[in-house]
Design a binder for this molecule. Structure first.
Ligand code: ADP
Ligand code: MG
Length: 367
């Protein structure tokens, strides 16, 4: 296999004395050429620190970072040739758009005659040709962020780093920009490392997602695998909505485990990282994988769970149902269900319901 473009090897970072903790605890991560790799995780999980070490604004406490096979520890940021885009646009307000975009070329000593053509091409890439003479203040937030992107790409860096670049934009614009960045990445074959705490954004954009927690990568995989096969209970809970039911492993049967849920019923699930019989576990099931029918307790089919519908909220393209497991006074534990509009008859609010899902969609994790 070809050498990855970037490789973090045994990288750790403590801002203060190591005894007071690591912002990045242990990082071994390769960024392949041409991929868009997203660092996804809650605030404080070490994403920005990782990006800053690659950009050269922070130094690792331990370990090595290789760019195209070369250790870059001693290279200052401007010699690494990496493009960076931050949440705040950080455009120079007193310069025109063209001067902003041309700035990285100017500091690299590219002659003026050549700069104009390259700036025009970079502006065309972000669909802002003809905006060169304006000032940043005359542009919308989305346009300013596209200028920042053009400025990060204009010197054709081997990799562009983006740290929550859409964080300041409203939802509609953010989504539009996600598709735009994705298209740009695909069209130009750019390698990008993208930081976000927004899981929907990560699913939309990424070739692969590294899910961060507490300074560690908890899973590294393509979006679909992150969503459908979370490697541990943290990822299962952090990416996408999920139901999580506590229980105890009873027995292993073929490639499933039998679990006694604390709320009463027994279910089968696919074991991901759960322990042997007797150990505590979580069973997770996605809201869109749960089928709901208005069924009286005496008519429950085999394997169906008795529940009570508490709330149904119309959301346009789907209905969100909140159900309590159990019926009447026995109700314990809650399950969220999403189902398409027009998906059959709903139970009455407060009325009995049957829940069912395919065992293969329920995943069991160590608690
Ligand atoms: P994220 O980008 O995932 O929100 P950061 O990498 O910014 O996380 O932060 C990781 C941890 O390092 C946090 O606990 C944060 O408080 C700490 N940290 C970040 N930057 C600094 C700094 N310049 N000095 C001291 N601690 C920092
Ligand atoms: Mg951050």
């Amino acid at each position: 296999m070809a050498e990855p473009l970037v490789r973090f090897e045994g990288v750790r970072k403590a801002y203060g004395p190591a005894a007071s903790g690591y912002a990045v605890r242990q990082l071994d991560l390769a960024v392949e050429r041409g991929e868009l790799l997203t660092l996804l995780g809650p605030s404080g999980s070490g994403k920005t620190t990782t990006l800053m070490m690659l950009a050269g604004f922070e130094q690792p406490s331990e370990g090595h970072i290789l760019l195209e096979g070369r250790d870059i520890a001693r290279l200052p940021p401007h010699k690494r040739g990496i493009g960076v885009v931050f949440q705040s646009y950080a455009l120079f307000p007193h310069m025109s758009v063209a001067e902003n975009v041309g700035f990285p070329l100017e500091v690299r000593g590219v002659p003026k005659a050549e700069r104009a053509g390259r700036v025009a091409r970079a502006l065309a890439m972000v669909r802002l040709e003809g905006f060169g003479d304006r000032r940043p203040a005359q542009l919308s937030g989305g346009q300013q962020q596209r200028i920042a992107l053009a400025r990060a790409m204009v010197f054709e860096p081997p990799i562009v780093l983006l740290d929550e670049p859409l964080g300041a934009l409203d939802k509609a614009l953010r989504e539009e920009m996600q598709y735009e960045i994705r298209a740009l990445h695909q069209r130009l074959g750019l390698t990008m490392m993208y930081v976000t705490h927004d899981q929907a954004e990560a699913l939309t954009l990424s070739d692969r997602i590294a899910v961060f927690e507490g300074g560690l990568v908890r899973q590294l995989a393509p979006p679909r695998e992150i969503y459908e096969r979370p490697a541990n209970a943290f990822v299962a809970g952090f990416v996408g909505e999920n139901n999580r039911l506590a229980g105890k492993v009873l027995a292993a049967e073929d490639d499933l485990v039998r679990v006694a849920l604390d709320c009463g019923p027994e279910v089968s699930a696919r074991p991901v990282d759960c322990g042997p019989p007797g150990s505590r576990c979580w069973v997770t099931i996605r809201p869109e994988r749960v089928a709901v029918a208005p069924v009286a307790p005496q008519d429950l089919g085999e394997g169906a769970l008795a529940a009570t519908l508490q709330e149904a909220i119309f959301q346009g393209d789907h209905v969100r149902l909140r159900l309590a497991l159990g019926q009447g006074d026995e109700a314990r534990g809650e399950v969220l269900v999403k189902r398409p509009v027009g998906g059959g008859q709903l139970p009455a609010i407060g009325g009995p319901a049957a829940l069912a899902w395919e065992a293969a969609h329920a995943l069991a994790y160590a608690a």
